[in-house]
Design a protein around this ligand. Structure first.
Ligand SMILES: NC(=O)c1ccc[n+]([C@@H]2O[C@H](COP(=O)([O-])OP(=O)(O)OC[C@H]3O[C@@H](n4cnc5c(N)ncnc54)[C@H](OP(=O)(O)O)[C@@H]3O)[C@@H](O)[C@H]2O)c1
Length: 275
């Protein structure tokens, strides 16, 4: 989004934990937010003090103070806490504000039900690579949000990576794929680096090879739009080395394991807010 798009607006980020903190820092760094316009909250006062010292934003534990007269409110607390926080702030939230929830599993309807007014709600599902502007965020809108609300929310997440608009019915699937996905990729990357060590490479060289290869392969998929299977075929020389490696992957059921991992995470996303 860059500088000056929401300069006069007050923005509240409730729950500056892992993802809330990443978004906050990335948006401040990019200039999408200035410290003066940004209010944030956490549960522990010492964490609030640390955030205030580090980021120079208004930070505390008082959600009501943060949302009072805020134009945009991000909800970044755990799914099980969202309804409590919404109940707490409801008297200070009105239809002129925009509420953006990044909580997994919590439907917009559940948030809307907790509020007194017909408040525009946008649900977003970002991931941790937002920290370097390489995030992936899916967005959908609730009952009272208009297209311009979705556009406003998308501008924040565009500033820290790519965005896609989906129907709300797909948000749990997004959660299991791209929000949980960095963890799966880190495990793959770590395993490739271990493999390099096993065949004699120094760990730093091995990690660099694994990470840059992961980044390069992902970029080629994104920039060519070619099917990954086609790109894999281009690496696989007949009777060469790669096909031997692929045979091991097939025998180890890498594909079906990854598919099952996403399916399980999606199932969990469906129940999290209701547990
Ligand atoms: N982590 C991810 O990759 C990711 C990706 C997409 C979406 N999400 C979603 O983001 C949400 C947060 O996840 P997380 O991983 O960032 O968890 P987290 O690190 O535990 O962050 C939660 C934050 O909420 C604060 N908090 C707790 N109760 C609060 C309250 N009543 N009022 C204000 N703040 C409160 C906590 O404060 P203290 O720090 O003082 O304990 C903490 O900073 C979840 O709903 C999750 O589904 C996470």
């Amino acid at each position: 989004m860059g500088r000056g798009v929401t300069p006069k607006k007050k923005v509240a980020v409730l729950g500056a934990g892992k993802i809330g903190g990443i978004l906050l820092q990335a948006l401040l760094r990019d200039g999408s937010l200035s410290p003066a316009q940004t209010w944030t909250t956490v549960a522990h006062p010492e964490r609030a003090r640390a955030l205030k010292d580090k980021l120079k934003v208004h930070a505390g534990t008082d959600n009501l103070e943060a949302v009072r007269d805020a134009d945009i409110i991000f909800i970044c607390v755990k799914p099980q806490v969202v309804v409590d926080v919404v109940r707490e702030i409801r008297a200070h939230v009105n239809r002129n504000q925009l509420l953006i929830s990044v909580a997994a599993s919590v439907p917009t309807e559940m948030i809307e039900r907790g509020l007194e007014n017909e408040v525009p709600v946008v649900r977003a599902m970002p991931n941790t690579p937002c920290v370097l502007g390489a995030g992936m965020t899916a967005l959908c809108k609730g009952r009272f949000a208009q297209k311009h609300h979705l556009d406003t929310a998308a501008k924040f997440f565009d500033a820290v990576g790519r965005t896609v608009i989906v129907d709300e019915k797909h948000m749990d699937a997004v959660t299991g794929l791209s929000a949980s996905g960095p963890a799966y990729i880190y495990i793959i990357l770590e395993s490739l680096a271990e493999a390099g060590v096993k065949v004699g490479l120094p760990r730093d060289v091995s990690t660099l090879l694994a990470a840059q290869t992961t980044l390069g392969a992902a970029r080629v998929v994104l920039e060519t739009g070619d099917h990954p299977a086609l790109l894999k075929d281009a690496v696989t020389t007949p009777a060469g080395c790669t096909i031997d490696g692929i045979m091991e992957l097939e025998e180890g059921k890498l594909r079906v394991t990854l598919i099952k991992a996403v399916v399980k995470a999606v199932q969990r996303a469906k129940e999290l807010a209701f547990s």
